[in-house]
Design a protein around this ligand. Sequence first.
Ligand code: NDP
Length: 338
Amino acid sequence: ARKYVVRKYFEGVPKRSDFEIVEYELPPLKNGEVLIKTEWVSVDPYLRFCNRNALVPYDQFSYQVGIVEDSKFPSYPIGTRIVTHNGWCDYSVVDIPKISESYISGNLLVVTYKLPNLKGLSPSLGIGAVGMPGITAYFGFLEICQPKAGETVVVTGAAGAVGSVVGQIAKIKGCKVIGFAGSDDKVKWLEEELGFDKAFNYKTVDIQTVLKAAAPNGVDCYFDNVGGEMSSVIIGQMNKFGRVSVCGSISTYNEDPTKMAKATILQPSIVSKELKIEGFIATRWANRWQEAIAQLIAWIQSGHLKTNEHVTVGFDKLYDAFVGMLAGENKGKAVIKI
Ligand code: NDP
């Protein structure tokens, strides 16, 4: 089997030489174990972020969808599709009883489960719109923002795996949705296909000016995927009792944390507008993931939730897909077909 091992702490954009592809013999199966052939691998922003706190060297983790090729655990027979956190490898062995529920791996709580019946949809959605990113959008937006019909919602990273789902859920809930993304093509996709009321290319507009025009009555909910300067500007335009769901801060992931600016200018706005700002990790709702998955599948089937995947083909292309995602090459979810 082959796997990627991370050999170094990343400095700035991860380098190819930070990774090594290692070939190794898989052990024979013991009772309770299954052999999984990887089909789809996810590249996600937290792979960059978590490198800071990981102990190198480590096997590159990430969610993946695989198929059971050999089994010593009867309820996972050969042919079962499974979502695991086995990462960047082409084959792996999993002890199902040990990890069939959520479990702590390092400081990361991850969830392993049989891929639900996707009713004809591609299994790759199991690491995208009906997997961890879609579930993140579902709970992170609905539980923390508590959106009400008629409210104005802003989403950053709007054309990404999480953001594109958040914006569409906000539309389903009857909100006005404004998205920010990093290219004109993404903006067009958000407005013309996903039904965002307004979208902007944050690289070419003055955020404060366009947001004032698009949301003259202010912003009620902000789903923050990017952090940094953009978030400070948006938070400055929140309404009283606005809710901010802090999902991620990808604009800072390649930065040196010791050199980052401190967000002191935000605090007066937080006080005067009486904002509620809450961070979260999707696994907070690990025991409710199946509820989100069922709803997301239903929305896709009814046409309320549209998905797009940026597919890269080949185990050898995982590094390229990863840095490509960090650079914004993906519209929708970045996935790798092994
Ligand atoms: P995406 O599919 O959105 O891919 C990352 C995107 O980030 C890129 O496509 C790029 O799009 C954008 N980006 C890159 N650099 C910058 C920058 N400097 N400023 C603004 N945007 C940038 O990834 P995900 O949907 O998987 O993740 C989105 C966010 O959600 C991340 O912050 C991630 O860490 C977080 N997350 C949090 C979880 C949680 O449990 N809290 C779970 C899953 C994700 P563009 O062209 O628009 O720049």
